[in-house]
Design a protein around this ligand. Structure first.
Ligand code: SF4
Length: 345
């Protein structure tokens, strides 16, 4: 395979806009620690279409952020190692590219927004300088043109008085405004895929809604694919097209958002849904999923969810883990008893 990713990308530039810009296939990531090997990602697969929002949902420690880091090529190695699988950007396996080519993809095609904007931005430079640097470095723009583009971007993410604020430092912005700056930086080079890792977790509820609305608007305008990493089913309901629910490093249910909310096919998904408040179910008692997710150095045999599962039977405690059963042509669930869970039997 040619390592010149730009040549390949240009050759592929005319593909059907509905093409899949991102495909993750059977991804495996492990962390080699003093306490043993933590199996953080165990065969994760998903596709992302142009203009689609794919939510990756699960409790902390389920492997969703590690999946994002692996896609971006920013995994801490060691201790983290990608031990198998493919990450295809427009058909090019990013895992086979040299770091110099990978960096070009990261800068131009696949961008990421982090949870903590304050630590992701450099405190000693103004936000305008940091934005302008992207245009100078990757687009060869003059200082003046790059600064003008920085102002345009701050305008785009609806930062009031962008012309003045471009000269401010990150600490001079509120949490919500800083997250807008992060979005501006991520979108600066017109990526085709945006990965947002818990982009609103550190913000209060009203600001969360504003940021998600902004992301959705920008995504629509640009027909960009969005991978939204979150533990919050409330956030997912409003914006996602498809959901991959993760547990102990595996995708345990994959479906369109309406199917999941109407009728989950995995007990874990069902438990997550029952633990969120719903206006349409007044007087409905909220329930939490009992127990804790397993240590990734010590995943139980069989179905990793079995110690917490009210549907578990003997077969669930024995290897192999349940495969992803085809629940319908467009959804899968890794549960031996998905029919009972879904209420089909
Ligand atoms: Fe529960 Fe068994 Fe289904 Fe796992 S396979 S989710 S333990 S019923």
């Amino acid at each position: 395979m040619s390592t010149d990713v730009n040549v390949k990308m240009e050759a592929l530039a005319g593909v059907d806009p509905d093409a899949l810009p991102l495909q993750v296939k059977d991804l495996h990531v492990e962390f080699r620690t003093r306490n043993g090997i933590a199996h953080a990602v165990n065969g994760v697969s998903f596709d992302l279409r142009a203009g689609e929002t794919r939510a990756i949902l699960g409790e902390s420690g389920c492997g969703k952020s590690v999946t994002a880091q692996a896609i971006m090529g920013i995994l801490d190695t060691p201790p983290g190692f990608i031990t198998g699988g493919e990450i295809l950007y427009r058909g090019v396996d990013l895992l086979k590219l040299p770091e110099s080519e990978r960096r070009k993809v990261r800068a131009n095609r696949v961008a990421m927004i982090f949870q903590d904007a304050l630590s992701a931005l450099n405190p000693v430079f103004t936000v305008g300088f940091q934005l302008a640097e992207l245009f100078r470095k990757h687009r060869g723009m003059s200082r003046q043109d790059a600064k003008a583009r920085a102002v345009e971007l701050l305008d785009l993410v609806k930062i009031p008085a962008a012309k003045q604020r471009v000269n401010d430092y990150p600490h001079q912005f509120s949490g919500g405004m800083r997250q807008r700056v992060m979005i501006a930086m991520a979108l600066a080079l017109d990526p085709e895929v945006l990965i947002a890792d818990e982009p609103t977790t550190a913000l209060d509820v009203t600001v969360q809604a504003q940021i998600m609305a902004l992301l959705a608007e920008l995504q629509r305008e640009r027909n960009m694919g969005l991978v939204l990493i979150t533990h919050d089913m409330g956030v997912v309901a409003d914006v996602a097209d498809r959901i991959s629910v993760m547990y102990a490093g595996r995708v345990i249910e994959e479906a369109g958002v309406n199917d999941i909310y109407a009728n989950p096919a995995h007990p874990y998904t069902k438990g997550l849904l029952e633990s969120i408040p719903r206006l349409d179910l007044k007087g409905h008692e909220l329930s939490a999923i009992k127990g804790l997710p397993p240590m990734l150095t010590n995943i139980p045999p069989g179905c990793a969810f079995n110690p917490r599962c009210g549907y578990a039977q003997d077969v669930c405690r024995q290897d192999p883990a349940p495969p992803l059963y085809q629940v319908s042509p467009s959804r899968t669930a890794a549960c031996h008893f998905w029919k009972e869970v879904k209420g089909d039997e």
